[in-house]
Design a protein around this ligand. Sequence first.
Ligand code: HEM
Length: 403
Amino acid sequence: MRSIAELLGDQSILCLSYQNHKFMRGIISNLFTSNSMDSAIKNFDELVIRTMAEWQQKETAVVLNDAMKITFNAICKMLISLDQEEELEALQKDVSEISEAMVAFPLKWPGTRFFRGIKARERVMKALRRKIDMRRRSSDYYEDFLQSLLARNDMQNEEPLSDRQIEDNILTLIIAGQITTASAIAWMVKYLDENQQAKQLELQFKFTGNAYLKLETLSEMSYASKIVKESLRMATIVSWFPRVALRDCQIEGFHIKKGWIVNVDARSIHYDPMLYADPFEFNPSRFDVELKACSFLAFGTGGRTCLGINLAKAFMMVFLHRLVTTYRSSVDYHISIGIRAWSSRGMAESNRHASIDEDHSLEALWTAHSGLARQFAGFVLEFRQSSVEMRQEIQLVKIGSVP
Ligand code: HEM
């Protein structure tokens, strides 16, 4: 966590706890109004249309790369009204250095990935500080998150935010929103092609025409929303999230001690046949019926549920809509089975661990605890390795133009 705080800043919502987290969460969630969502969706839609038009001139395009760029640009526009190509490119380069440093060994020596991430953070902070100073000097009005945060400080009865709080959380929102949404889009394109769902979608989407999409229109696309959910289930972009037990407790007969780290393994839950029949099958219609509580964890759950949940889903639906209505696509993918092999191995590990824990004696708990710590360390290494592999494999999702 210390290394994340060095990269995102100790005021980042991801690094705050208790009241400080609650306070920052309240402020950030208020920024996602229906107006800000609609203009972000329109902007994203424009970018998607432009990108897909460029695809017509290309032999192949890597979906992940384009999705990263589009998502990045749309999020930066929504947060800080950044739309100058040069500035966007420089910022995107720094942000990817920071993202890479987040999964690197935290060694602060010149030349290491972590060190490069720290340097990139310094540049991003400097750029954001310049932007804030400029806004304070100018009387121009911008409709973006930064403006709302600055305006909040002029209000009486509101606890003001420091510039550091604003900067750390703008950076956090870019990092939390870009890779996740872009990867989810690339996986969705792969699943769609594998499963020939596009044909059905074409029928459903015919009516919308060329008008830019809005939240309201998207909310009427129920089948598309199920495709998005099913893609998120299968891809499980954030595979697991750790929690620290704040007090001794018992879950399903397992004693959890205060201070223990409990890892929620979302991937295993998403592939549990007791919750999802034929879990390896891409079947959007499984969402026709209501799910058991806590069985869909693509965006986490509880007090730290993803704040960009609606935006991410909307972006995915816009991409899906444009893909099937304006572009006849042929996905030339070449994905190995590495990811599935990894996820089923993960499940086997957790099932085995559950059966060891039948004995609740202190000794057994200690053995399980130290075993868990070892397993966790191995898991972190495996996760770092597999996230790199997943990135490499997903790079192979390409679009080839169809005559
Ligand atoms: C498909 C895309 C996305 C996925 C799969 C995703 C997934 C998640 C998950 C699982 C968490 C919870 C982690 C935990 O419980 O510890 C989370 C938290 C968060 N996400 Fe997302 N996310 C996505 C897109 C976005 C977007 C677009 C934004 C904003 C622009 C965003 C902002 C955040 C923030 C700020 C948090 C921290 C919430 C807190 O700590 O209270 N996410 N995300």
